[in-house]
Design a protein around this ligand. Structure first.
Ligand SMILES: C[S@@+](CC[C@H](N)C(=O)[O-])C[C@H]1O[C@@H](n2cnc3c(N)ncnc32)[C@H](O)[C@@H]1O
Length: 202
């Protein structure tokens, strides 16, 4: 696979419509969890951050469910369409390096194919971004993919699992739930897990 490091690299893939990660809709597991109520906002105005949001399909579903959503992606050309999709539900798209992003304090971070998209050398920065942006007691919900891809095969997508997330997150986080998704999505050749982490209250 060609190198995917800079915003320009990713933009070239979007421009070429070579975006196999983008199904044109939110991840069905996220939709199911929202519909079942387990990912309902804990209170009015609760904030959710979606780093590496791409076209913002997941972010829109979260915003429609009542979360006050900030979607971040460093491909500026995604901003117009993503902002237009989020605006009716009060969501915002920020064109920025998500690893450097600092917001107001989020109750939820939704991780989906962002961790696997960054260079493994940047994983500590990803963990720092999560720690910096979650409020005490906040939760990280991660759709872990590709969970059974050998690390040595490179990427993106770079293989990883719960251990790599815990190492990147550091102290203060507990793994509350972990489950393998039973059915594989079309075009996803590797295992998907869903993992819920909670940042200690203090
Ligand atoms: C594999 S795509 C996943 C997009 C989206 N989460 C989805 O599921 O459709 C990875 C996304 O991360 C973005 N990205 C990669 N590195 C980034 C960074 N440092 N800051 C912000 N966005 C980044 C890319 O532009 C791309 O849109």
């Amino acid at each position: 696979m060609s190198e995917l490091k800079t915003a320009a690299d990713w933009l070239a893939r979007y421009d070429a419509h070579n975006t196999p990660w983008d199904r044109g809709s939110a991840h069905p597991e996220l939709v199911a969890r929202i519909e079942s109520g387990v990912m309902a906002p804990p209170r009015a105005g609760a904030r959710a951050l979606v780093p590496g949001a791409g076209r913002g399909h997941d972010a829109v579903v979260l915003a429609r469910a009542g979360w006050s959503v900030t979607a971040v992606d460093f491909v500026e050309d995604l901003a117009v369409d993503a902002s237009r999709a989020l605006a009716p539900f009060g969501g915002t798209f920020v064109a920025a390096d998500a690893l450097e992003f600092t917001g107001e304090g989020f109750d939820l971070i939704w991780e989906h194919t962002f961790f696997c998209a960054i260079d493994p050398a940047q994983r500590a920065s990803w963990g720092a971004m999560v720690r910096r942006n979650l409020v005490p007691g906040g939760r990280l919900e991660a759709l872990v993919f590709p969970a059974d891809k050998p690390m040595e095969t490179g990427g993106p997508p770079f293989g990883y699992g719960i251990c790599e997330l815990l190492v990147a997150l550091g102290k203060g986080f507990s793994l509350e739930q972990e489950s393998a998704l039973e059915s594989r999505l079309e075009g996803r050749d590797w295992l998907e897990l869903l993992a819920s982490f909670r940042l200690a209250k203090g």
